[in-house]
Design a protein around this ligand. Structure first.
Ligand code: ATP
Ligand code: MG
Length: 168
């Protein structure tokens, strides 16, 4: 059984990690769609698709699931979005998501959709991690240690601060 899970992963945090560990118990393989793949270097999407692939690869190094991280660019056409995903992804039998639009679109396409558990949704959120990076607070406790290493390697905190500033 192969499953599909999509997020923007800006950045990949412990909520994503915990969700994937829960999904891994139910499936053999997992396709991880990296949404808004074309975006980077903005305050809401600081990291490139390739950097997000690295975060996921390192974070899941010791996890008990074989995964494929597939970058997926946005399509400004929700009605054909599921076909767009299918055209870019290894085949999958089941979709895991808590996003209402994602659930609606896959159900309309007659795909099997399951809702994974949430883990500390208030603390573990991409928005919260980015805010803490910009404000100089402790963001490291919200991401897997391997993700913090990738962010350090690419100078991620300096980048998000710089792209969040107004010009002078
Ligand atoms: P952002 O705040 O940037 O939107 P996010 O934390 O919502 O980031 P996404 O990349 O948008 O992360 O989310 C991918 C998927 O992960 C979403 O469908 C979301 O429901 C799920 N998710 C996010 N945080 C958690 C969490 N703490 N526990 C379980 N699932 C989560
Ligand atoms: Mg989100």
């Amino acid at each position: 059984r192969r499953a599909f899970y999509i997020g923007r992963f800006q950045p990949f945090h412990l909520g994503h990690y915990s969700t994937i560990c829960a999904i891994a118990k139910e499936v053999d393989e997992l396709v991880i769609g990296i949404g808004s793949a074309q975006k980077s270097h903005d305050p809401w999407n600081p990291f490139t698709a390739g950097e997000r692939v690295m975060m996921i690869r390192h974070a899941l190094e010791d996890a008990d699931v074989k995964h494929y991280a597939i970058p997926i660019e946005d399509l400004q056409r929700n009605a054909v979005w599921v076909s767009h995903i299918i055209s870019m992804s290894p085949p999958f039998d089941v979709v895991y998501s808590n996003n209402p639009l994602v659930i609606q679109l896959f159900r309309e396409a007659n795909m099997n959709v399951r809702q994974p558990p949430m883990f500390n949704r208030k603390g573990y959120s991409g928005t919260e991690v980015r805010k803490k990076m910009i404000e100089g607070e402790d963001w490291r406790q919200l991401v897997p240690a391997a993700v913090a290493e990738v962010i350090d390697e690419i100078g991620g905190v300096t980048r998000i601060r710089n792209v969040s500033m107004q010009d002078m």
